[in-house]
Design a protein around this ligand. Structure first.
Ligand code: NAP
Ligand code: GDP
Length: 364
């Protein structure tokens, strides 16, 4: 168990992964956890409401695009771990806001790396990488060796961040890792992503059915996209294992830094986290409605495709949700993480869909 003297900075704490990471750390360790938030006109701390007030938790302002704020935090706290889950995470939106996507996801990562290099050289640092980096994949399932083939400004920003992470690790001997995480979801997933959009839509339509009211069908884009979806909670455990690879010291060789402290080899391993199965968006729609007690049929095809339940159209296509360049299939091979980190996902795809739909049914 990590003792109280360890300081852990987590960014992106108002989002899905950061909030689960903060909870995981506070539940399992006695370390002091600093959750970074950026300034917002209407702050939304709903994902961290359960940890606000916890004696080992402190909120601090820090914006990845403001190097001063990140440097000040790192200089003040001297973290033992810096877990960076902050990001512009919306792939579709990255075509609308490419520059800020880059500034947050790439320049922001450089700001973290520089701050750690200058003020917390032994800090174990994690940056959130994505399976989107592999884009139009050339083999399946994808493992750590797959080359980057970005298809969006978002993916390009993560590829560039990965190269920064690699070069800082090799140049300055930092313990810094960028994992490659396939899609992971939960009841905290933003409605901008297709899974949550569907579960919220199912809840709204289900309510309308029960109350015999009119409703607008759910509008989606590419129904044939294949994604390897997991539960976000499973991935938090995997990320924590990545930044705690003690047993690989001897395999990779230790070295001394200028303060003569032994730290890990720069050849740290980066890992894929994935479930190892993929499903279409169409299948997610069917399963989500089934959890709510409805089964339907798909009619027509192409842009006219519709999902019909009780004679009513509940899903239709809106080309607005198609992407300028699609990643049509992703499927992860996480064998390395399973063998070397002893990690494995515990929550199945069906359980994930059920949890998300039931939660949205309760709150709609
Ligand atoms: P999320 O729910 O969208 O959360 C993103 C977080 O980043 C929010 O707390 C957001 O704060 C914060 N943020 C954005 N810009 C910031 C800035 N300039 N400075 C400080 N904080 C900032 O995303 P997530 O699903 O938790 O994903 C976490 C990370 O993993 C992201 O980098 C994402 O790209 C990456 N990733 C996610 C998945 C996935 O399937 N979930 C897969 C691969 C990689 P506000 O609340 O203020 O907006
Ligand atoms: P991503 O894999 O990180 O881009 O996660 P998303 O949940 O945003 O998208 C997953 C897949 O669903 C992509 O291939 C999208 O093109 C597809 N998709 C189909 N309809 C929609 C939609 O209405 N919204 C979103 N976000 N994605 C959609």
């Amino acid at each position: 168990m990590l003792n109280k003297n360890k300081n852990i900075v987590v960014t992106g704490t108002t989002g899905q992964d950061g909030s689960y990471m903060v909870e995981y750390l506070l539940e399992n360790f006695e370390s002091r956890v600093f959750g970074l938030v950026r300034r917002n006109s209407n702050p939304n701390y709903s994902n961290i409401k359960v940890v606000l007030g916890h004696s080992n938790f402190e909120l601090a302002y820090g914006d990845l695009t403001d190097s001063h704020s990140i440097e000040n935090i790192v200089r003040r706290i001297k973290p033992d771990y810096f877990i960076n889950f902050a990001g512009q995470s919306d792939v579709h939106l990255s075509w609308e806001i490419p520059q800020s996507t880059w500034e947050i996801n790439t320049t922001g990562v450089m700001n973290v790396l520089e701050a750690v290099r200058k003020h917390a050289h032994l800090c174990r640092t994690y940056n959130a990488g994505s399976s989107e980096e592999w884009g139009d994949v050339i083999y399946s399932p994808q493992d750590e060796q797959h080359p980057p083939r970005a298809r969006s400004p978002y993916a390009a920003s993560k590829v560039a961040a990965r190269q920064l992470v690699k070069s800082y690790r090799e140049s300055y001997k930092l313990y810094v890792i960028q994992g490659t995480l396939f899609n992971h979801e939960s009841i905290r997933r933003s409605p901008a992503f297709v899974t949550r959009k569907i579960t919220l839509g199912v809840a709204k339509i289900s309510k309308a059915f029960k109350e015999n009211k009119d409703f607008e069908p759910l509008e989606l884009g590419n129904l044939d996209s294949l994604r390897d979806w997991s539960h976000a909670k499973d991935f938090i455990d995997g990320v924590w294992r990545m930044v705690n690879q003690e047993k690989y010291r001897s395999d990779l060789g230790e070295y001394k830094n200028e303060t003569n402290l032994t730290i890990l080899s720069p050849m740290l391993r980066e890992y894929v986290l994935s479930s190892g199965e993929n499903h279409t968006v169409r299948e997610f729609v069917e399963k989500a409605f089934k959890v709510a007690g409805y089964e339907g049929v798909w009619i027509n095809g192409g842009l006219d495709e519709e999902y019909i339940i009780n004679g009513q159209n509940v899903v239709k296509i809106n080309p607005r949700f198609y992407r300028p360049a699609e990643v049509s299939t992703l499927l992860g091979n996480s064998t390395k993480a399973r063998i070397e980190l002893g990690w494995e996902p515990k929550i199945t795809f069906d359980q994930l869909v059920k949890e998300m739909v039931e939660s949205d049914l309760c709150t709609s």
